[in-house]
Design a protein around this ligand. Structure first.
Ligand code: SAM
Ligand code: DTB
Ligand code: SF4
Length: 331
């Protein structure tokens, strides 16, 4: 087996060339790399829970939870610990190996961070991996989360540095990079990716992937979301991304970051089984599972199980050393 060297010096033009390759050549290359590094029939599944919903000070143009937009979500304060444990237990019983808790904050206060830490400890006690996404963090807060045993922190770049200002104005691209470097320095695994279908160009998609691929080490998890269009947000009505271009983006992410988990994230609800199958072939090897994402619908769990069954895919499971091992998805 000839594993290619993992690179962190990708030029934008090289990545754009990958996007310009004939589809079959690109997908073949991505799938070949995928097989070298991963079990091609294994997909890791995480479940999401919004632990604090809405009234967010940021103006992210895609988001239902920004106080800058008029959407019809119900605001909720930080959930009680018992409710979080109950939801995590359900997710574990449904086969999720990781529980990801999201809060609509620009950044957490130290006081609310301690409450989230209680949640992290309780979820870890259930034998699940933990992930949180709470907005910007200081170095000290990252270290506190590491000390509490957090496995992953999700903080997306969202889009290219060039397109970023069209989507968010209340924090900068550099703010995001700073939070990511605090997470990296504190030793927590990074989950970072972006959203496609916000009106960005193919060069923007290449540029966002360049930013991720030139991080050293690569983010351990790379969520690729397809915009879920939400009425009342500025990006409602944005031109939808061509499914083939979306699958190509998954393939390019797999080629650039061979060892990472590439997560087929938001937007699966609007994807056909065939499009999801193509994304798995192109190198996606994790999903969000469960009927809700944060505030919007995800695929029905029975539909996911039926798709896994049709494709002969099994879910990855965590063992005591937090390493993935195969298990039947329905067991
Ligand atoms: N407030 C925190 C933050 O922004 O870092 C955490 C929660 S935020 C909802 C997590 C990520 O979900 C965003 O960075 C974005 O990439 C993704 N996301 C949010 N709304 C989305 C939508 N409508 N469609 C696709 N992805 C979305
Ligand atoms: C990520 O990249 N996608 C997830 C997770 N990280 C937190 C969130 C998707 C949110 C989709 C819109 C919603 O449900 O509000
Ligand atoms: Fe707030 Fe996160 Fe939504 Fe942006 S994506 S408005 S930071 S909850």
């Amino acid at each position: 087996m000839t594993q290619q060297a993992t690179r962190h010096d990708w030029k934008l033009e090289e990545i754009s060339d990958l996007f310009r390759r004939p589809f079959n050549d690109l997908i073949f290359q991505a799938h070949s790399i995928h097989r070298e590094y991963h079990d091609p029939n294994e997909v890791q599944i995480s479940s999401l829970l919004s632990i604090k919903t809405g009234a967010c000070a940021e103006d992210c143009g895609y988001c239902s939870q920004s106080s800058h937009h008029k959407t019809d979500i119900e605001r909720e304060r930080l959930l009680p610990l018992e409710e979080v444990i109950e939801k995590a237990q359900i997710a574990r019983n449904n086969g999720s190996s990781r529980f990801c808790m999201g809060a609509a904050w620009r950044n957490p206060t130290d006081k609310s961070l301690e409450k989230v830490i209680e949640m992290i400890s309780a979820v870890k006690d259930l034998g699940m991996e933990t992930c949180v996404t709470l907005g910007m963090l200081t170095q000290q807060q990252s270290e506190r989360l590491k000390e509490a045993g957090l496995d992953y922190y999700n903080h997306n770049l969202d889009t290219s540095p060039e397109f970023y200002g069209n989507v968010i104005t209340t924090r900068t691209f550099k703010d995001r990079l700073d939070t990511l470097s605090h997470i990296r320095d504190s030793g927590i695994n990074i989950c970072s990716g972006g959203i496609l279908g916000m009106g960005e160009t193919s060069t923007d998609r290449a540029s966002m992937l360049q930013q991720l691929a030139n991080m050293n080490p690569h983010p351990e998890s790379v969520p690729i979301n397809m915009l879920v269009q939400i009425e009342g947000t500025p990006l409602h009505g944005a031109e939808k991304i061509d499914p083939i271009e979306f699958a190509k983006s998954i393939a390019v992410a797999r080629i650039l970051m061979p060892k990472s988990q590439v997560r087929l994230s938001a937007g699966r609800h609007e994807m056909s089984d065939e499009m999801q199958a193509l994304c798995f072939f192109a190198g996606a090897n994790s999903i969000f599972y469960g009927e809700k994402l944060l505030t919007t619908d995800n695929c029905e769990t029975n539909d996911d199980l039926a798709l896994f069954d049709r494709l002969g895919i099994h879910a990855a499971e965590v063992d005591e050393q937090s390493e993935f091992k195969a298990s039947a998805c329905s067991s």
